[in-house]
Design a protein around this ligand. Structure first.
Ligand code: NDP
Ligand code: 8X3
Length: 257
């Protein structure tokens, strides 16, 4: 399906998978609304995208955990954005990898508030117009952590299982509305994800990807673009995408360095 001139909102577009999606959808001729907390990064990205592609790019400083700010979003968007075609629910994070009895409750709150409640707030606000106009597509970035669990990942995995459940239930709720729902569920992707998980510990973060080739954010953006470009009668419900060297969250093949 040709998605040129479609309007696409991407949460968490300041880095990693969200940033790669912004580049991929701009290259496909889409107009973009980029959201994240780090507004400076969004603005730099917007300048680059507008320089290379003839598309409109607007930026929004938004913390998806801020329920009031998110609820005002639909009204604060400029009028052409009242007709949104695609929402990419990408903003998310992991914090910590400690066993449950040693984990930080603050880390849990941050993951649940961002990955589950934030995703729901944004979806609730932006979905209304899609249903009214009778077409649209919500694409969640889930994870293999939404299909399996691993040690130290109880709460992160719980949040991504929640995303998987939301994705499945939404598809039922939205039957007949013309709004499609998909989830792209990656394994290891080299982004700032591990740096955030380990609270800025660069050495530990780098170690996650040592001895294997992880997915790149562009690999995931490609999968998201694939979902968005299916013809209107077809929908990708869930797509699990992993590095060839990863068989599960806890089974990877690494070559010694
Ligand atoms: P990054 O850390 O590179 O990017 C995360 C993005 O989320 C940033 O743009 C960040 O922006 C945004 N974000 C985080 N918290 C908030 C918030 N409260 N409000 C708004 N935006 C927020 O990681 P990834 O690109 O890897 O992560 C993107 C998604 O992919 C996440 O949902 C993650 O769970 C998922 N994922 C990642 C995998 C991986 O291995 N990397 C594998 C499977 C899924 P800012 O800080 O500017 O607000
Ligand atoms: C990120 C991938 O395996 O660290 O969602 O959970 S994993």
């Amino acid at each position: 399906m040709d998605i040129r001139n479609q309007r696409v909102c991407i949460t968490g577009a300041s880095s990693g998978i969200g940033e790669a999606c912004a580049k991929a959808f701009a290259a496909a001729g889409c107009h973009l609304c980029l959201m994240a907390r780090r507004k400076g990064r969004l603005e730099d990205l917007a300048v680059t995208l507008q320089r290379h592609h003839a598309v409109d790019v607007i930026t929004f400083e938004l913390d998806v955990r801020d329920r009031d700010a998110v609820s005002q979003l639909a009204h604060r968007l400029p009028s052409p954005w009242q007709h949104l075609d695609i929402l990419i629910n990408n903003a998310g994070l992991s914090r910590g990898l400690d066993p449950i009895h040693r984990a930080s409750i603050d880390d849990w709150e941050e993951m649940i508030d961002t990955n589950v409640k934030g995703l729901l707030y944004v979806t609730h606000t932006l979905l209304q117009a899609m249903v009214q106009q009778g077409h649209g597509h919500v694409i969640h970035i889930g994870s293999i952590a939404g299909h399996e669990a691993y040690p130290g990942g109880s709460v992160y995995c719980a949040t991504k299982h929640a995303v998987a459940a939301i994705n499945r239930a939404m598809a039922m709720d939205l039957l007949g509305t013309g709004v499609r729902v998909s989830s792209v569920d990656p394994g290891m992707v080299e982004t700032e994800f591990s740096l955030v998980r380990f609270h800025g510990d660069e050495k530990r973060a780098k170690g996650v990807y040592q001895g294997l080739q992880p997915l790149s954010p562009e690999d995931v953006a490609d999968a998201v673009l694939f979902c968005a470009t299916r013809p209107a009668h077809a929908n990708v419900r869930e797509m699990v995408l992993v590095p060839s060297a990863q068989a599960s969250a806890v089974h990877s093949f690494r070559t010694p360095s």
